[in-house]
Each structure stands twice: as C-alpha cells, then as structure tokens.
Write a protein that binds this ligand. Sequence first.
Ligand SMILES: [Ca+2]
Ligand SMILES: [Ca+2]
Ligand SMILES: [Ca+2]
Length: 218
Amino acid sequence: MRVESVMHTPRRADGFTLIELLVVIAIIAGLAAVTTPMIFNARKSGEKSEVQSAITQLALGIDSFMGAYGDYPPSSLEEFYETSGNGVDSGIESVVLCLASQRKGGPFHTFREQDLENLDGDSIDSAEAREQLDWFFGDDQLREFVDVWGNPLIYVHNNDYGDSFRITHERGGVMGTATASRSEEFGTFRSATSYQLWSSGPDGINENGAGDDLGSWE
Ligand SMILES: [Ca+2]
Ligand SMILES: [Ca+2]
Ligand SMILES: [Ca+2]
C-alpha cells in the first residue's frame, strides 16, 4: 500500500497539481493574447468615433456661424483683423474664436475645457477683433481645438484651398504644413464650396485628409 501511494500523483483535496496549474496559466495567457489586441482596437475605434463626433459638432457650429455671418470662419483672423498671433494653427484658432463669439446669436459651440489648448502659446492683441466677435473666453489667448491624441484640428476655408498653412504637428511644438484635401479618385478639392476641418488621426501625422486622418467630409 505504501508503494502504491507513492506511484500516484500526490493530490491534496483542496488544491491543484502542478500540471493543472500550468494548464490554467496557459489558458489565461492564451486568452490574454487574443483579447489584448481586441481591447486595443476597441479603444482606438472609440477614440476615432469621439474625434469624428467632435468634428461633426464643430461643423454644426460652423454652419450656424455661416447662417449668422453669411460666410464660414476665415482660414486666418488676419483676413479681417490686423493681427492673428504667430501664423501657426491660424485656421483652427479662427474657428475657436468665431464659434466662441457672443454676437449674432452665439456662442455657436459649447466648448469643453479638455478640448482646448494653446499649443503654440500665442495671443491676439486686436481690440477690433475682440470688439467685433466678443468671444466668451474673456482673454486674448488663441486656443486650438485638440483631438484626443493631443494634436490640433486643421481648418481651411474654401477661399484658401491650394494654399499651404503652418501647423503644430504634435505636442511640444514641432511644426509642419497642411494644404486642403483632395479627393483621391478625382483629384478635386473635397467640400469645394464650404470648408475642410480634419484631424491628423491616431498616428498624429497630418496627411492632408488622407491616410488615417479624419475629415468633416466623411
Ligand atoms: Ca497660432
Ligand atoms: Ca495658439
Ligand atoms: Ca494621419
């Protein structure tokens, strides 16, 4: 009897054998390998939906501004006022101030604090612009609307399709340039009679509306 008990795998009534434990660990590791990319993809897809939704909301505000002022926000406040900060991110800075205007039925968008950042640290000193737009921020900061990846959205009025604009490329102030997006099929400008508003997408690299960029025309 003593010999027989040694031949069998020792087993406690309240525990696992080493092999059972290894099997459980292998199953858990296998499940993690399958579910981790799924969770990553779900998160990325959720972030993209959030940015696309923010673009849609801003587009509604831009259309309301158009209704009140008879034109879309300019690609740069410099077109109407003497100054426009440092000339970087001018389009989206213009959109933020125009939609924050309290004149003619504004503000035209309800901004959340986490969506706004002054990435390039500039300000506007035009008393004329402040008087005419009367934005509700109450200061002279030229804020950018940033996506969930921390990069500013890019905006161009149809008057300026074909022009090149300086943009903040990513956090930390690396500079890049942007031009209005063209249809890959026809080579014509998208939203030809209105405006373009887009995010550089999850990769944080502006591709002028191509690649993983997310645009108002989608
Ligand atoms: Ca700027
Ligand atoms: Ca700025
Ligand atoms: Ca991109």
